[in-house]
Design a protein around this ligand. Structure first.
Ligand code: PLP
Length: 402
C-alpha cells in the first residue's frame, strides 16, 4: 500500500481539457477557438520582430551572464515598466510613492500582490462575474473569502454598471476589488471613462482596495496610454493606493518567458521600503528570484526609442488583426441572417469575444461542427482566419437556428 494510493485527482482545468479534446479530434476541419493566445492569419503565435532582433543582439552580448537577479528583479526593467503603466509624468513616480517589482508574468504578480495584501489584514476579495478563472483559484488558495461583483448583463450583452456599483457599495470596508484595467476577459466589455469615475468614487467612499489586472495593454484600443487610463486616473488623479499586475505575455508575445511587473502606489514614500522588504520575503519563499531573459528583452525595448516605436507598431499590428477579425465575423453572421443582435462582437474590446451562446449551443458546436469553445460562449477572436471564417459563421448560424 503506497502513501498516496488514496489521493484524489483534481478536476481538469477547463481550457486545458478543451485543448486536449481538440488535439484528439481527427477531423481535418476542426477549429480551436478556446485558447487565449494571439494567433496570426496562419494560426501561429509569432515571436514579435522587435523581440527577435533584440534576442539576436543579446546572443552576441558577452556582458550578459546567468547570475541570479535580486528577488525583486532587474532594476532597469522595473523603472521602465513603471513609466509604461503610470506614464512618464506620473505624480506617483515623481513623488516616489510608486514601487516596482519584477514578477512571474501576470499570474505571478497577482499571486505575490495578493499574498502581500492578505498578510497585511485584507481577507475579503471581490472578483468580477464572470472573470478569468485564475482570479478565483489564486485568491482562494491564499485564503481570501472570495465574493463576486456583477459585471455582465446577460440580456443586454453589455456591462451591468448598476449591479457592479451596487455590489461595491455593499462590500465590507478593506475588501480587495480585482479590476481588469482593459479588455476584460472574458466579456471584452470595458467601463467607459465616466463609469470608471463612478467605480473610483464608490471604492474611495467605501474604503475598498483596488487591484488592477493589466494583461492586455495595447489590445483594447490599440493605444498603450489610453489602455492605461483607468489606472492613471485612480493613481494620479484620484490618489488611490493600489496595486497593478502587469503581464507581458500578450503585448510582447513573451508567453513562456514569464515576464511581469507588480506596481504598488501608496500614500507615502515611507511605505516603499516596507513593501519591497515584504515582497522580497514573499518571493524568496515561493521562487527566490525571477528569470532574466524576458526582462532583459522588455527593458532593452522600453529604454530605446527606436525599439520602443517598433514595438508599438508590432502591438498595433496585433490589435488591427483582432479588429479586422471582429469585423469579418460580424459581417459574415449578418450576411447569413443569423438571428440576434451581433453588435457586441464589434463593440467589445481585446482578443476575447463573449458571443452570448449558451452551453448547449457551445456543446453542439463542439460535437457536431468540430468547433471548440468554452461552455460560457467565449471565443478567441484571433483563432479566426480567412480560411476558417465561413465554416465558423455557418456553424454558428446552424446552432442558433436549429
Ligand atoms: N489576467 C488575465 C485577465 C488574463 O487573461 C491572463 C492570461 O490569459 C493573465 C492575467 C495572465 O497571464 P500570464 O500569467 O501568462 O501573464
Amino acid at each position: 500500500m503506497g502513501r498516496f494510493d488514496s489521493i484524489s485527482t483534481d478536476p481538469p482545468i477547463d481550457v486545458f481539457h478543451l485543448t486536449e479534446l481538440f488535439e484528439n479530434d481527427g477531423n481535418p476541419s476542426k477549429v480551436n477557438l478556446g485558447v487565449g493566445v494571439f494567433q496570426d492569419e496562419n494560426g501561429k503565435t509569432p515571436t514579435l520582430p522587435v523581440v527577435r532582433s533584440v534576442e539576436q543582439s543579446m546572443a552576441q552580448d558577452l556582458t550578459l551572464d546567468k547570475n541570479y537577479l535580486k528577488s525583486v528583479g532587474l532594476d532597469s526593467f522595473c523603472q521602465a515598466c513603471l513609466k509604461l503603466v503610470l506614464g512618464e509624468q506620473s505624480s506617483s513616480i515623481i513623488e516616489n510613492r510608486a514601487c516596482s517589482i519584477q514578477g512571474l508574468s501576470g499570474t505571478g504578480c497577482l499571486t505575490i500582490g495578493l499574498e502581500f495584501l492578505y498578510r497585511n489584514g485584507y481577507k475579503i476579495g471581490y472578483i468580477s462575474s464572470p472573470t478569468w478563472s485564475n482570479h478565483l483559484s489564486i485568491m482562494q488558495a491564499i485564503g481570501f473569502d472570495v465574493k463576486r461583483y456583477r459585471y455582465w448583463n446577460k440580456e443586454k450583452l453589455n456591462l451591468d454598471i448598476d449591479g457592479l456599483l451596487q455590489d461595491l457599495q455593499d462590500a465590507p470596508e478593506n475588501s480587495v476589488i480585482l479590476l481588469h484595467a482593459c479588455a476584460h476577459n472574458p466579456t471584452g466589455c470595458d467601463p467607459t471613462r465616466e463609469q470608471w469615475q463612478q467605480i473610483s468614487d464608490v471604492i474611495k467612499q467605501r474604503k475598498l482596495f483596488p487591484f488592477f489586472d493589466f494583461a492586455y495593454q495595447g489590445f483594447s484600443t490599440g493605444d498603450l496610454d489610453q489602455d492605461a487610463w483607468p489606472i492613471r486616473y485612480f493613481a494620479d488623479h484620484q490618489k488611490h493606493e493600489l496595486l497593478v499586475a502587469q503581464s507581458f505575455s500578450k503585448n510582447f508575445s513573451l508567453y513562456n518567458e514569464r515576464v511581469g511587473h507588480l506596481t504598488g502606489v501608496f500614500s507615502s514614500r515611507d511605505i516603499i521600503p516596507k513593501f519591497r522588504s515584504q515582497l522580497t520575503t514573499i518571493i524568496r519563499r515561493i521562487y527566490s528570484n525571477p528569470p532574466a531573459h524576458g526582462a532583459h528583452i522588455v527593458a532593452t525595448i522600453l529604454c530605446n526609442p527606436t525599439l520602443y516605436s517598433e514595438w508599438k507598431n508590432n502591438v498595433r499590428t496585433m490589435f488591427e488583426r483582432i479588429q479586422s477579425m471582429r469585423q469579418l465575423f460580424y459581417t459574415k453572421l449578418k450576411q447569413l441572417g443569423t438571428p440576434g443582435n451581433w453588435d457586441h462582437i464589434i463593440t467589445q474590446h481585446g482578443m476575447i469575444a463573449f458571443t452570448g451562446l449558451n452551453p448547449r449551443q457551445c456543446q453542439t458546436l463542439l460535437q457536431q461542427h468540430h468547433i471548440y469553445l468554452m461552455s460560457d460562449g467565449r471565443i478567441n477572436i484571433c483563432a479566426i482566419t480567412q480560411k476558417n471564417i465561413d465554416q465558423i459563421s455557418k456553424s454558428f448560424y446552424e446552432v442558433i437556428t436549429t
